[in-house]
Design a protein around this ligand. Sequence first.
Ligand SMILES: [Fe+2]
Length: 148
Amino acid sequence: MNNKENLLKDLNVYLANLNVLNIKLHNYHWNVKGPGFFQLHEQFEVLYNQAFSELDEVAERILALGSHPASSMKEYLELATLKERASEAINSLDSINEVKKDFQVMKDHALSLIEASENAKDPVTADMFTGFAANYEKALWMLNAYLG
Ligand SMILES: [Fe+2]
């Protein structure tokens, strides 16, 4: 595989991870219980809306590069490195720690995609993922600040 093919393959893995992240953030939004419920319930909605807009940007970038984005749940579950969580209650502290773990995975993946984009001589995709990495860094700072 050449550098562009490698990039396109990994963009689809990232897209799959975003779809799993979107569902997981809904899971936390619905199932969180305990102190801070009202703030966390709202914040997880802000975060799943961000993930949702990010996944459209990534899919359309794959199309702009002349390829096809994975577009089915079956493919997303096969491709994703992020694991789903069970449909069950989660306490507020655990929910924050789980989101932190997921966001660390997404941030590291975004950083590796900057490198893959540079290897494929694609500064536009590199720039897109620089923005995504910055968003995850900011969200991680805020989640840590909330924990005190
Ligand atoms: Fe809701």
